[in-house]
Design a protein around this ligand. Sequence first.
Ligand SMILES: Cc1cc2nc3c(=O)[nH]c(=O)nc-3n(C[C@H](O)[C@H](O)[C@H](O)COP(=O)(O)OP(=O)(O)OC[C@H]3O[C@@H](n4cnc5c(N)ncnc54)[C@H](O)[C@@H]3O)c2cc1C
Length: 402
Amino acid sequence: MPPGAPGRECEVVVVGGGPVGLFLGALLAQQGVDVAVLERRTGPSAHSRAIGLHPPGLAALRRLELDEEIVAQGVRVERGVGRSRGHQLGELAFDRVRPDFPFVLSLPQHRTEAVLRRRLEELAPGALRRGWDVHDVQDAGGRVDVVAARPPAPGPDPTAGPGEHAVWRARVLVAADGARSVVRARSGIGTDAKPYPDTFLMGDFADTTGDGNTAAIYLEPGGVVESFPLPGRMRRWVAHTGSVPVAPRAEDLASIVGDRTGEVLEPGSHTMTSAFTVRRQLALRLVTGRQVLIGDAAHEFSPIGGQGITLGWLDALALAPLLEDLVAEDPRCPLPVIPSFQDFQRTRLRSARRAARVAELNMAMGRPVSAVAGRARGVAVRGALRTPLRHPLAWAFTMAWA
Ligand SMILES: Cc1cc2nc3c(=O)[nH]c(=O)nc-3n(C[C@H](O)[C@H](O)[C@H](O)COP(=O)(O)OP(=O)(O)OC[C@H]3O[C@@H](n4cnc5c(N)ncnc54)[C@H](O)[C@@H]3O)c2cc1C
């Protein structure tokens, strides 16, 4: 611990102010728990990531009275169509699965985070501490010390000092610090990790499809192309590629999409292009000492299918009441001996494994195949979408199981 670092006390420290840490912080603040959310970033993330919010995630937002606001900002995706080689294979309707949210919502992650940040600030002004990078954790049984550093403010003075350190002492630490979780590494929790060979190019363009609120999946022999409506008459395109380009370019994505689907994207209209690889990584335990992992720190899987935020919010929803009880009763024992935390770990790991299987299936469906295998795949998908089998598919793809 840095000598002389100022100490601060609170009941729960959440490391990571992404969508999951902000959501948990707000749930706890709403119940009067003294919470601090430490976030290393000082502004919105530069990376464009999630857009899809599934019905169970939207229902979770209701606990913070944010569901209506978020839905009003996004686009309601009410159905998905499957296409291949210029033909429509069939469609999946999302409106039958949950009457309260008969759609998947599309809203860029930075906008969802902005709404959650504002709500946390309303419920507990100052609870979100931005610019603090957690680099050490010391778990001393009945409490945890979380050590964070804040770099010196950027400025013209090259002799500026090394920045600040501080220690937060809390009864529980929740790691919501993402897939590369520092807390998970410091606490020695291993992961079951599996890389996949798949690579993708993704970009947001003006929507010229005329498809309105419909998502489209093009199952093409060269690899899948997916397209989702975004607010502001934009559309996100994601294409399976053979490798990750050094510098992703809108022109390259437009050319892949045009070759495979015939859709014309206007490169000049794009607002973002990026490339990503895919892996699955599940933590072996979620609870250790006085620490709990949630969100991507606990489970990362392919973004194809877009389940990460919803699953993380459901982790937080399950954890919040346990933390409220813990703070009220103040037992000093390690969390893994408490039955409710054992249940939490078992049920949340089971959900994560399920989500990982759905994500794997999603990805396998879209891999490049020969022309003959592509025709057979088209026939199978057409069959599934035109029979009652489409109902369990809609159930799986809207995370109704969660
Ligand atoms: C291309 C792509 C598309 C995706 N699409 C979807 C989708 O459509 N739908 C969906 O649900 N999910 C999607 N996902 C997944 C989704 O983005 C994640 O599941 C989600 O961001 C997880 O939220 P989180 O809060 O657990 O972690 P993160 O969003 O990673 O947030 C972690 C936060 O912790 C902070 N942090 C990290 N380390 C420290 C530290 N040491 N100290 C302080 N702060 C720290 C980070 O700055 C960050 O703000 C997608 C992901 C990708 C890459």
